[in-house]
Design a binder for this molecule. Structure first.
Ligand code: ADE
Length: 417
């Protein structure tokens, strides 16, 4: 099997990390056991473009156990864990990913996965799907459907759907409640701080932390940062989200004001140009800036570079820019998602549910994809509930069920005071 990775000698370290992740992902391991007998993905060829982490390895090996052939690339040039890529390659799995790949190599890797002529695609950020649509539209003939893991990717795919441009059906895995209410909130909330701590080792307590965006990710981050003593400021463009932030007890203001006050800036919007020249110019000496959104467009690094008279790498994943005004600004992980570039991404326990949604959605597509239209589909509510129930029971929790009488009461419209 062909592969391109950094170093195959890292395979045994990677395997130990995958074993660790498996021990934290009981839902996936339960499904693996069941589907290795029933093989619902037999005959399917899956091209995946998603961060190569220990959790992703658990997904990949579960897809294979369920009968699929798999070819994989990373969905970000700085997020691949080289030991994990090595462990997959050592198992004869086609993987084309290494940490620090160039933009050209990134697209080369995606194209390599398409050589298998996939029947299903799995995306995180929609780069693979776009590649099919823009450069290899003929591949859509054998692709039954695709899945999308992240908010940014789903937004773009919904725009393609509205424009009538989708060549095959896509399931919005991100929008499952057992995905976005957990991975985006608790996962981002913790792993982003993890990336910041690994690259800076600062104390968060007492810092003014400016979080751009109060969606699922911003909310989780704000709660965790404030939980360890930060004074959190939220910037938003959506009045409803801004109002929620205010009522959750955070200061809300425009970035033009926040820029002068923050010690640490975290962008979590999915939008470009959140931090630009006029913000860098007024930041305090020593301000730290980073991004946890999917693309590296949130911090305008070109404008920061223009303002800087010098720059040096002060620590791993931490670059010091000295501006003409003598103030220093620290950029983490080159503006790429700091949780995966400077840390290990979301913990296994939440990825357990995200990837269970991926797995069940791909099985759904394999079974029903040919009857679907070329549009973006939401996740089946029953699937969401079944994953939550399984996770709960594997965590050892029991919950109540409604009695027949209660169900009648709930559904009655004539009973009142
Ligand atoms: N996205 C965020 N965290 C991740 C992880 N641990 N593995 C794969 N994708 C992720």
């Amino acid at each position: 099997m062909e592969y391109k990775i950094k170093d195959i000698n890292l395979a045994s370290e990677g395997r130990r990390n995958i074993d660790w992740a498996e021990s934290r992902m009981p839902v996936m391991m339960d499904f693996r056991k069941k589907f290795s007998e029933t093989k619902p993905l037999a005959g399917m060829k899956i091209a995946g473009c998603l961060h190569v982490t220990k959790e992703t390895a658990v997904l990949v090996e579960t897809l294979i156990a369920a009968g699929a052939e798999v070819s994989w690339s990373g969905c970000n040039p700085l997020s691949t864990k080289d030991d994990i890529a090595a462990a997959l390659a050592a198992e004869n799995i086609a993987v084309f990913a290494w940490y620090g790949m160039s933009t050209e190599e990134f697209y080369w890797a995606i194209d390599k996965t398409l050589e298998m002529k996939p029947t299903l695609t799995l995306d995180d950020g929609a780069d693979l799907i776009f590649r099919v649509h823009s450069d290899f539209p003929e591949q859509a003939e054998h692709i039954i459907g695709g899945t999308e893991e992240t908010t940014t990717g789903v937004h773009r795919l919904r725009a393609m759907d509205r424009a009538g441009k989708l060549l095959y059906p896509v399931i919005a895995v991100n929008d499952a409640e057992t995905k976005s209410d957990f991975d985006n909130v608790y996962g981002t909330g913790q792993s982003t701080l993890d990336g910041i701590l690994r690259s800076t080792n600062i104390i968060i307590a007492g810092k003014i932390v400016v979080i751009a965006g109060y969606g699922h990710c911003g909310k989780g981050l704000a709660k965790n940062a404030s939980g360890i003593g930060a004074d959190v400021i939220i910037t938003e463009v959506d009045p409803i989200q801004a109002l929620k932030a205010a009522m959750d007890g955070f200061r809300v203001m425009e970035m033009d004001d926040a820029a002068k006050q923050g010690d640490l800036f975290i962008t979590a919007t999915g939008m470009k140009d959140i931090l630009v020249e006029r913000h860098f110019k007024v930041m305090k000496e020593g301000a730290i800036v980073c991004n946890t959104g999917h693309y590296d467009a949130e911090i305008n690094i070109g404008e920061l570079e223009k303002l800087a008279k010098s720059k040096r790498e002060i620590r791993e994943n931490n670059e010091e820019y000295t501006l003409e005004n003598e103030r220093r600004i620290y950029l983490l992980a080159k503006g790429r998602l700091v949780n995966l570039s400077a840390a290990e991404g979301h913990p296994s326990e939440v990825m357990d549910m995200s990837f269970a949604n991926q797995l069940l959605s791909l099985i759904n597509l394999a079974q029903k994809g040919k009857d679907l239209e070329n549009k973006v589909y939401d996740i089946d509510r029953k699937q969401d509930e079944s994953i939550a129930s399984l996770k709960l029971s594997l965590m050892g929790y029991k919950i109540d069920t409604l009695t027949e009488e209660q169900i009648r009461y709930r559904d009655a419209y004539y009973e009142g005071t």
